[in-house]
Write a protein that binds this ligand. Structure first.
Ligand SMILES: [Zn+2]
Length: 543
């Protein structure tokens, strides 16, 4: 009698506490929520892919019961990283080609190719990145060994600068390349009347044009590899900058079938068919795909002196680079994008490229606004133009690793005075009090830890230069983390669904072995992602 009474009390007691069921609880963690107060917590409850609660371990375990409970043993949890500027699709396809950079001889290349083909047995064998200047024999190779290794599989391997390739006989046959073939702007190399396989400039195109477009199955494999690499470094959303709508729709179909779990913010390239498609269809928004913006190019890059500068290059007198389209083109696309209420994102590197775009944006944005039009890179900005970002709420979308990749020669291109307005991340951040960060992968490495390191310390991995590069523009650790999470989400109009760990948002988060907010500089690049969750589902686990 007494026992059953006690049992009754116990049942009443537990039901009166009203624990609600969730799918997953992680407790005993150090959680950076990256909410507006930058508060920390110990536990998180996840239900149906969304965050149900965040709080102390006691509160969360008392309030919820879950099928799966994980004791994090003090490990660190951050929101999943968002890369605000990358080329995910292109990166994926690139993983299907053999990377020959840093090869030390022709034989080294051949052995790399043999191991590459074990993972990639079918179709054209494409490689890139060799440079005979790195070899002991600094001469162009010839194709005999390629022919004997790959008699039936077409092969083309492009030099590091893209201006020369070596093809095997199978590829040359498919393209109809014969000894003595003449073409303008290109050379088909022969020795003693025989093809060597070396094709220079326009001769490469004769073979490239025969490479079939990747099949849907190849694209699926490529994107699957790309997302796995991204999950391993903690990325849960990537901005894919400059795609054709067909590519977006392929990724959307993989996402809908559950074959692609990465969340993607897709910018369509500046072409008539993309404008026609999206204006007709309207903004596309699913839990995994968001399409509402266009990527336009103002100018080229600083390294190759393609960036458009207001004054000539310091190391090339009389040369200032150029805009890639007319002002009238930029004006007309800004006009139509603004009238349709879409987002415009423009690549601008040089101070003249930035000024041209800032002024056109200003014309259509008129004043304060929430259109979140972005300038991608915003790399060199004239000191008189910074305020335009704030006045018109133009969002600079920057890549900290560009600063630490370019710092060795940026001063040669720009000269000391102009360099002060380059990679000015903190100054740009202060214009709107927020700034999204990205990598531009595969131009840079995919790792968000390198972004964080470059943003905060502004040194290379060897801690060069002493004291850091233009440290006045370093970001604080807190702002760097915001730039890789909530501010990147905001640049995508997604701050209400991701970018911080708060009730109602997607359960996209990562578990780390070190706390980037406090570890010393040396440890930042050694930080490991232990697990990555998207939608409350574990998509990566170390070991
Ligand atoms: Zn890019």
């Amino acid at each position: 009698m007494l026992l059953s009474f006690l049992a009754f009390i116990a049942v009443c007691f537990s039901s009166c506490r009203q624990t609600s069921d969730v799918d997953l609880i992680i407790f005993n963690a150090k959680i950076y929520t990256v909410d507006s107060a930058f508060s920390t917590a110990e536990a998180i409850a996840v239900k149906d892919g969304k965050i149900e609660g965040v709080g102390s371990s006691n509160d969360i375990t008392a309030k919820y019961s879950a099928k799966e409970k994980i004791n994090a043993n003090g490990q660190i949890i951050y929101p999943g990283f968002i890369d605000a500027h990358a080329h995910f699709y292109r990166y994926g396809l690139g993983l299907q080609t053999a990377d020959l950079t840093g090869t030390t001889s022709w034989d080294d290349i051949l052995s790399k190719l043999q191991s590459f083909t074990q993972q990639n047995p079918d179709g054209w064998l494409i490689g890139r990145g060799w440079d005979q200047n790195d070899w002991t024999v600094k001469e162009f190779p010839s194709k005999e060994k390629l022919d004997s290794l790959f008699p039936d599989r077409p092969v083309i391997l492009t030099r590091v600068d893209g201006h020369a390739s070596i093809a095997n006989q199978k590829a040359l046959d498919i393209a109809g390349v014969k000894p003595g073939m003449q073409l303008t702007g290109g050379t088909v190399e022969t020795k003693n009347g025989k093809l060597t396989g070396i094709l220079v400039d326009n001769a490469e195109g004769v073979v490239f044009s025969k490479i079939p477009a990747p099949s849907v199955a190849q694209i699926k494999t490529a994107l699957g590899r790309a997302q796995q690499n991204c999950f391993a470094v903690g990325l849960t959303t990537v901005d894919d900058c400059g795609l054709d709508y067909e590519e977006v729709m392929i990724m959307d179909s993989f996402q809908k079938k559950g074959e692609l779990k990465m969340r993607i913010y897709a910018m369509l390239s500046d072409t008539k068919k993309n404008y026609d498609f999206l204006f007709d269809k309207g903004k596309i928004k699913t839990d995994h795909m968001n399409v509402r913006s266009f990527k336009v190019y103002a100018d080229g890059a600083l390294g190759s002196r393609g960036a458009c500068l207001l004054q000539p290059y310091n190391d090339k007198p009389g040369w200032s680079g150029f805009l890639l389209s007319s002002q009238q083109h930029f004006d007309s696309v800004a006009n139509i994008i603004s009238s349709k209420g879409f987002q415009m994102c423009t690549h601008a590197i040089g101070d003249s490229g930035n000024r041209a775009i800032l002024n056109i944006y200003a014309k259509y944005l008129k004043g304060k606004n929430d259109m979140r039009w972005r300038i991608e890179h915003a790399q060199v900005v004239n000191k008189n133009d910074f305020d335009l970002f704030g006045q018109y709420n133009i969002i600079p979308s920057v890549q900290p690793t560009h600063a630490t990749s370019d710092m060795y020669w940026a001063g040669d291109r720009l000269g000391k005075e102009r360099e002060k307005g380059a990679y000015a991340f903190d100054q740009l951040m202060k214009q709107n009090n927020w700034i999204p960060l990205g990598t531009d992968f595969p131009v840079e490495d995919i790792s968000p830890f390198k972004t964080f390191y470059a943003a905060v310390f502004r040194q290379d991995a060897k801690e060069f230069p002493e004291g850091g590069y233009q440290m006045g523009n370093a970001l604080s650790r807190e702002n760097a983390l915001r730039g890789m999470t909530i501010w990147a989400a905001k640049s995508n109009f997604e701050e209400n669904e991701k970018g911080s760990l708060e009730k109602g948002k997607f359960a996209d988060f990562i578990i780390l072995d070190k706390d980037l907010m406090i570890v010393n500089q040396k440890e930042v690049l050694l930080t490991k992602v232990l697990a990555t969750y998207i939608n409350g589902q574990k998509v990566f686990s170390k070991n």
